[in-house]
Each structure stands twice: as C-alpha cells, then as structure tokens.
Ligand binder design. Structure first.
Ligand SMILES: [Mg+2]
Length: 370
C-alpha cells in the first residue's frame, strides 16, 4: 500500500525499510534510487502525489506515509464514499487512449459521484495492479499519474493513500476510492424526486460517446494531446469535467430535490432516479442539449449518443423551484418533468415526447454483465 506503504503479499513499511538500512552490521550505505520494482513504483507515486496535492490540510491530517491516513471532517458534516474500477480492456485501451487521459478519467469518475451527492472532496485513494511489462516502461504509468494528479490539483483533492500490486495479467487495473463531505443530512440523493418536479441536466449530452467513436477509429489523432487539452469541453470522453461546483451549489442553495450523475447514459441514469424516487418521468426530445461533437454522427447514432451514450458525467437533477440558466459557469437545461408512478410496477417509467407524440423510453445505456 501507499498508505500504509506496504503491499500484498509481502508487507513492508517505510519505517521498517529505514531501520533495516540503519541497523545492519555493515556501515550505512548511501541511499540508492531504485528504478524498477514495486517500491520504485510506490516512490514515484509518492513523489508525484507530494508535488501535486497537499499532504495535509484542515481535513486531511495525515496523507501517504503511515499505516493509515487520518481525516478530520468539519463538525456537523457526514462522509460520503465512492469507489470505481478503471480496467484496461474494459474502461480504456492502452493502444488508443493517451496515458494522461486514462489517469484523468480514473479520478473524474469518482469525483463525478461526489458531485452527484453535492459533496466536497476530502481525499482520494488509488489502488493499482501493474503488469510486470509496465514496471520498466514507465511512460504509461507516469502519464497516468500526471493526468490523475493534474485533475486532483485542480479540485484540491489530496491523494492520501492506496495500494500497489503486480497485475496477474498484462492489464493495468486501477481502483479509485473518493471520500467527500456534506453537511449532515443534506446530501443530494436519487430518491427525492416527486411528481410535478422538473428535470434538468448540466452541460451537453452525447459528446463522450461521439468522441469515443472517433478515438477508436482514429487513435493517432489523439496521441499527442497535452495537459492543456484536459480543460474545457473539447474532449468529453478523454477529459470529462466532473461538475463538483454545480453539485455543491445545488445542495447549498437548496435547488435540487434529487440528483444523479450521467455515467451510464441518460436513459439508464434517469431510470435509476425514477426507481429510487418511485416516480415516472417524461423527456422532451426537442429540449435535450446535444454536444457539438454529436453532429459528426448520423441522425440515429446522434440520438442514441444523447439518450444512451454513457460517461458524459453531467448532473441530472430534479427541482421544484426556479432554476438558473447556468450554475458555476455551467449551462443548465430543462429537459422534462417528473410524473406520478405507473399503476403497475411492470409498466414503463419513462416516456419521451417527439413532435407531439409520446414514446416509451427504455433504459438502454451501459450495463456490465448484460
Ligand atoms: Mg454515479
């Protein structure tokens, strides 16, 4: 682990390493910088994390370097926790995705879950299973860390610990744990929508699916992206921007009655919200904000990207008060309304209005193991 600085299967802490060097029968040796092996990887992560994110703050009392991190949330706050896998071959491909983007996306997924609850980030914990082939070829790992830590620095999220292990396959596997805080009893939840509420979404939809199609078809175009490309809405798949400021404003200003982030696709995430709130919902197709990149798709694929394309990481929320046109600089669009639940549990919960006709909307976004 990074914190503890131990790893499975063997366990070794930073302090025990120091003692071993200092108490041997031979005279102390000058410290040597290891360039390979798990401890070298841990050293790189530690150095990168220390350079990019604060080691301690009023809420993070102790970060990487001991057996546990120490956190002290503000009084009358609760802790929210989320964890997300980023698996090579499932969530990214080494031959198509720039390493910087893989790291950015790994953290962005967790931060987006915090945004959906209206939480402020407290700390991140990163566990990595690294293929032996990557322990020597540091380009992917260094790029991954740079991308993850650049986003962490922008949102002031310390990397406070984690774990490293040799991957049993030739796949890089990452798991990110994010902790955040919310004022007690105030977290935005999926379950608060009521009939008569209106539905809103931040930013634009379908851009991530459109860019993913482009990345898979033309990976060379994206190979030389730099950290400067990681800000702004230009790369919704490679560099999604978690809506933390919007989520916190929705909570603070008491605007949202329910909220979820659009990670699996609008149709699937709206279905989650409807189920949690025991309501139905109706979208108006003419109101849905299409990301400009969806213009590169034909009509059918454009609508599929907007309705079902995952990983936009926008916020989908309900409200029964007036909602501003933008929050924290992010456009907010009214896209439909919440209805009473269907009489039968088997009846569809979602419909969509298109040119005056109402169609049933099925959840067709991303679902693992389907
Ligand atoms: Mg989520």
């Amino acid at each position: 682990m990074l914190n503890p600085v131990t790893s499975s299967p063997r366990s070794q802490s930073a302090s025990s390493l120091t003692k071993r060097a200092d108490t041997g029968l031979r005279p102390p040796q000058p410290p040597q910088t290891r360039t390979t092996g798990e401890l070298a990887v841990i050293d790189r992560i530690r150095a990168a994390a220390a350079a990019a994110t604060p080691r301690s703050s009023s809420t993070l009392r102790l970060g990487i370097g001991d057996d546990c991190a120490i956190l002290r949330p503000h009084p009358r706050h609760e802790i929210v926790v989320t964890t997300d896998f980023s698996l090579e071959g499932r969530h990214f491909r080494r031959d198509t995705h720039p390493p910087f983007a893989i790291g950015h996306r790994t953290l962005a997924r967790g931060l987006s879950d915090l945004a959906a609850m209206g939480a402020a980030p407290l700390a991140a914990f990163l566990s990595l299973a690294i293929p032996r082939s990557l322990a020597r070829n540091t380009k992917l790992l260094d790029g991954f860390l740079d991308g993850l830590l650049a986003l962490a620095a922008r949102h002031n999220v310390p990397l406070a610990g984690g774990d490293t292990s040799e991957s049993p396959s030739d796949h890089l596997l990452a798991d990110i744990v994010l902790l955040g805080t919310v004022p007690q009893g105030k977290a935005l939840r999926r379950s608060g929508a009521r009939p008569g509420d209106h539905l809103y979404v931040t930013g634009a939809l379908g851009g991530a699916a459109a860019e993913l199609a482009d990345v898979l078809a033309h990976p060379r175009r994206f190979r030389n992206l730099t950290p400067l490309d990681a800000t702004g809405p230009t790369h919704p798949h490679l560099f999604p921007e978690p809506r933390l400021a919007v989520g916190q404003a929705l909570l603070r200003r008491g605007i949202a009655t329910a909220c979820i982030d659009v990670s699996d696709g609008l149709s699937t995430d709206l279905h989650h919200l409807c189920q949690a709130s025991t309501v139905a919902a109706e979208l108006d197709i003419a109101l849905l904000p299409a990301h400009p990149l969806t213009a590169t798709l034909d009509d059918a694929n454009q609508m599929a990207a907007i309705l079902h394309g995952g990983e936009d990481y926008e916020l989908l929320f309900t409200a029964r008060t007036r909602v501003p046109r933008s929050i924290a600089g992010v456009p907010i669009t009214h896209i439909g309304r919440i209805l009473a639940p269907p009489a039968s549990a088997a009846a569809p919960r979602m419909s969509i209005l298109a040119e005056g006709t109402r169609f049933t909307l099925e959840p067709q976004g991303w679902e693992h193991l389907r």
